[in-house]
Design a protein around this ligand. Structure first.
Ligand code: SAM
Length: 219
């Protein structure tokens, strides 16, 4: 049974190895080396304890594309306050911190992702604020930019997330979504910013490359 944050950190370290996402080799992350067995094994352990599957052990196409874009265009975040919502491994947050954001906050609801975020920010020697909260609907998390890497994969979450993001964009926040064509991406109000071919694993994504778009949500 997993009881606290040091158990969660041990679990992350035991289940992963240090690796480099294909599109963003300059970032080091604790990643699942063998995607499918780990996903199932970990999912069983975690779901027995009522915890979500190990999204934090993978660099999803949306996060990889966002991180690539930010590292190639540091002016997007330099000197700004950045929130990475549903940060997972922290790939986009780490890219923002490396690119010179004034403050980077990685937000997660999964305690294992929180452990992974602490480990991964240390591996990349960047300072990131890490918050375990559900931010959706909150107006007190001040930011200039909100990053959303691959979060439109489930209807219940997208139904809550998208109206909140629209509200933020309407109030002047730059909202960038990295998305490889997930089912619940909004159908309107998106402006294409960039497009990347992201190498991925056939076990995880059913194909070897996912074309992934960075969208700006219109205000
Ligand atoms: C598919 S993963 C994407 C992780 C990362 N952004 C990337 O692109 O690699 C989605 C993440 O969103 C997190 N998540 C889901 N609902 C959330 C919520 N309401 N608030 C914060 N994080 C959430 C999950 O725990 C999961 O780690």
């Amino acid at each position: 049974m997993i009881r606290g944050s040091s158990d969660a950190a041990d679990f992350v370290l035991r289940q992963t190895a240090l690796g480099h996402p294909a599109l963003v080799p300059e970032i080091a992350l604790r990643l699942a080396s063998d995607a499918l067995p780990l996903w199932h094994a970990t999912e069983e352990v975690l779901s027995a304890e009522g915890l979500p599957p190990p999204y934090w052990a993978f660099a999803w196409p949306g996060g990889q594309a966002l991180a690539r874009h930010i590292l190639d265009h540091p002016e997007t975040v330099a000197g700004k306050r950045v929130l990475d919502v549903g940060a997972g491994s922290g790939i986009a947050a780490i890219a923002a911190a490396k690119a010179g954001a004034a403050r980077t906050t990685a937000i997660e609801i999964d305690p294992f992702a929180i452990a992974a975020l602490r480990i991964n920010s240390g591996e990349n020697a960047v300072a990131i604020e890490i918050l375990e909260v559900d931010p959706i609907g909150r107006s007190d998390l001040a930011a200039d930019i909100v990053l959303i890497g691959d979060l439109c994969y489930e209807r219940p979450m997208a139904d809550r997330l998208v109206p909140w993001l629209k509200q933020l964009a309407g109030a002047g926040t730059l909202v960038l979504l990295g998305d490889p064509g997930r089912a619940y991406l909004p159908k309107a109000g998106l402006v294409e910013v960039a497009r990347h071919l992201v190498p991925t694993s056939r076990e995880l994504e059913d194909r070897e490359i996912r074309e992934t778009v960075i969208w700006r949500l219109a205000g």
